[in-house]
Design a binder for this molecule. Structure first.
Ligand code: GDP
Ligand code: MG
Length: 167
């Protein structure tokens, strides 16, 4: 991992991070981007983006721009702009709050609408520290199947060391 202008990226990808307010999107992004920290806020579309540089196993230098929508429904009319040009999506819910899981369907439908059905999506069940890292996969597995989602990861922005790295 490296930061700054010296990073000569082979690939640059925009990744959108979606999910209801307070599920932990910003906290997770801050965790990921520690060390290559650079966050900007775009007031007009209520989104912020953070740069995250990484070197893949095969040696390619990859720069991710992680986009996090901040304004929730107020900015729903800006969603096409938010999704524009993105290459992957992280859908986040809070494992202690069922409605945050149910509301992901709307996000996934929007993603498919604006980015196509082949858009790679992964699902994060965040705040796993609050359930001692125990969560039944049954519902998330069904969700993965119906929505063409690539994988499910239990995460905790709080207890980072114990959680899977989905990126
Ligand atoms: P966002 O609205 O989705 O960006 O959510 P935030 O990142 O602002 O987090 C909302 C609240 O949840 C904050 O008080 C965070 O400290 C808390 N939070 C975020 N991630 C976790 C987590 O993994 N575990 C716990 N216990 N709290 C979390
Ligand atoms: Mg946020």
């Amino acid at each position: 991992m490296s930061s700054g202008r010296s990073f000569d990226a082979d690939y640059i990808f925009k990744v959108v991070v979606v999910g209801e307010g307070a599920v932990g999107k910003t906290s997770l992004i801050l965790r990921y981007t520690q060390g290559s920290f650079n966050t900007n806020y775009i007031r007009t579309i209520g989104a912020q983006f953070s740069k995250f540089d990484l070197t893949a196993k095969a040696g390619e230098k990859v720069r991710l721009f992680l986009w996090d929508i901040a304004g929730q429904d107020t900015f729903s009319f800006m969603r096409p702009t938010f999704f524009s040009g993105s290459k992957a999506c992280i859908a986040v819910f809070d494992v202690t709050n069922d409605t945050t899981f149910s509301s992901l369907q709307t996000w996934i439908d929007d993603i498919h609408k604006y980015c196509g059905n082949d858009m790679p999506v992964v699902l994060f069940g965040n705040k796993s520290d609050l359930v001692n890292n125990k969560y039944s996969n049954q519902r998330s597995n069904a969700f993965l199947k119906t929505n063409n989602v690539l994988g499910f990861y239990l995460t905790s922005a709080k207890n980072w060391d114990q959680c899977h790295s989905g990126v």
